[in-house]
Design a protein around this ligand. Structure first.
Ligand code: GLU
Ligand code: MG
Length: 459
């Protein structure tokens, strides 16, 4: 169904969905904490919702990670106002794991139908359009790590893990066989194409990678994949945690973001004369991301637990550097090979997790990358070891800095970067920063274990 389906076409679609057993259409967006929010309309209201939208408060832009509302951002400092949530009806899916519901991503517009500056999906659409004007096309794909436990915790309230490894083992998958079977089937039915699925390194951890797509689709699919995973888990008495950290100790859940850029259909990250097959544009793209990494990470790994996840030695990235297939690097170049072909080349952003808004994460990555290309930057030599094992002097000599670890460093990185400001726009950036401040204030006097636990089921 096309974006501009007529009301009559949507009415037919709604009738068809109703015949299939759908009673409600859930319109979903992600807020500035990466938390999915939604409104559901009866299926018969689909055409009306597409035309007029559903009224929601303007304040969703200033919801924090704990459903608190901050009034610290000037643009949204009163409880008055309404925005309209419009379903992107070309993306409607009858949910395989929730047969009574259809799912559709939403876009927020102002009450008069004009652009709402706080809408995250529109921010990404603007960057995609900017890239297109420059003759560049992006592909993106999220990789989702999550922790799976039994829905009922142990008597002492600790989580009962759904599998006990071994990491990457088929035995671990066997332990969650019924869930895994339903998940792969439901993802296929929901048209979320995945590359692969495996038991990950961490305790009771699993991972799936979503196939590369245009950026808006990639973000939509990331939201749909979450809903699909949660539904499959629930159907089997399990519970999935997507939080950056499930417990303070141990491995976190990264939602690494893979991107590639092409010009005239040719991937700029491969086939060039530069080192590692990079073209000049490819090198500039990488250098653009590197230049803005602290600010990018403030958007792509923004929560309080995110800051704790980014530790050396966990493959989660702690330092701002790039490497070729270096799993400790914040930017990992996955180069093209003869076996895999030129299209395969991409850059993986490691400081990225479920507490990021998937649209904003891509918007800032694209914006920083385009700026790198416009400025003709040249990437430095890659780092192939782990700077976490170096001395402070060695890191200083090589110009390698830790990514922000405190609220203050994060705020400084976020607000001090003109390219991130341009990508988000002043209003959205202001709301985003206010939400971060609210989150940090909430966490300030609490033990980190409690903070991590409070984020565990939010995503
Ligand atoms: N779990 C790691 C993280 O927090 C990533 C491990 C890997 O897949 O490289 O990002
Ligand atoms: Mg992984």
């Amino acid at each position: 169904m096309t974006q501009n389906a007529t009301p009559a076409e949507l009415q037919t679609r709604a009738e068809w969905l109703a015949k299939e057993g759908v009673v409600g259409v859930t319109i979903v967006w992600a807020d500035n904490n990466g938390i999915p929010r939604s409104r559901t309309v009866p299926v018969a209201q689909l055409a009306a919702a597409a035309q007029r939208g559903v009224g929601i408060t303007t304040l969703f832009a200033v919801f924090d990670s704990h459903d608190g509302i901050t009034f610290a951002h000037d643009g949204l400092s009163t409880p008055s106002g309404d925005v309209r949530l419009i379903p992107a009806t070309d993306r409607i899916v009858h949910l395989a794991g929730q047969r009574g519901f259809a799912w559709v991503p939403g876009r927020q517009v102002a009450a008069d139908g004009s652009e709402w500056p706080y809408d995250q999906r529109s921010a990404l659409e603007r960057q995609v359009a900017r890239a297109a004007d420059l003759g560049l096309k992006f592909l993106a794909g999220y990789e989702l790590e999550f922790h799976l436990s039994h829905a009922e915790p142990a008597p002492d309230r600790t989580l009962r893990q759904a599998h006990e490894g071994p990491a990457y083992g088929p035995l671990a998958l066997l332990a969650v066989d019924a869930f895994a079977t339903q998940l792969l089937r439901d993802l296929a039915d929901n048209a979320v194409e995945i590359g692969q699925f495996h038991a990950e390194y961490g305790p009771a951890q699993l991972e799936l990678s979503i196939a590369a797509a245009d950026p808006v689709t990639a973000a939509d699919q990331q939201l749909l994949a979450r809903q699909t995973i949660h539904a499959a888990a629930q159907a089997h008495g399990l519970r999935a945690s997507f939080a950056p950290l499930v417990n303070t100790e141990g491995v976190g859940n990264g939602w690494h973001l893979h991107t590639s850029v092409s010009r005239n259909g040719v991937n700029v990250l491969s086939g060039g004369d530069g080192p590692h097959g990079l073209t000049a544009d490819g090198s500039a793209y990488l250098a653009g991301l590197l230049r803005d990494l602290p600010a990018i990470a403030a958007v792509t790994a923004p929560s309080v637990p995110s800051l704790h996840r980014l530790r050396p030695g966990y493959f989660s990235s702690a330092y701002a550097f790039w490497g070729v297939e270096n799993r400790e690097a914040a930017l990992r170049l996955v180069p093209a090979t003869e076996l895999l072909g030129a299209d395969h080349a991409n850059v993986e952003l490691k400081p990225s997790d479920a507490s990021a808004n998937p649209y904003l994460a891509l918007a800032v990555v694209i914006s920083a990358g385009l700026a790198g290309i416009a400025d003709g930057l040249v990437a430095p030599e890659p780092v192939q070891s782990d700077p976490g094992n170096w001395t402070d002097e060695q890191r200083a000599q090589n110009g390698i800095h830790r990514l922000p670890t405190t609220a203050e460093e994060q705020r400084e990185a976020l607000l001090g970067n003109d390219r991130v400001r341009d990508a988000l726009g002043g209003d959205l950036l202001g709301a985003f920063a206010a939400v971060r401040a609210a989150d940090h204030a909430w966490a300030q006097d609490k033990p980190i274990d409690d903070v991590v636990a409070a984020h565990r089921w939010r995503y």
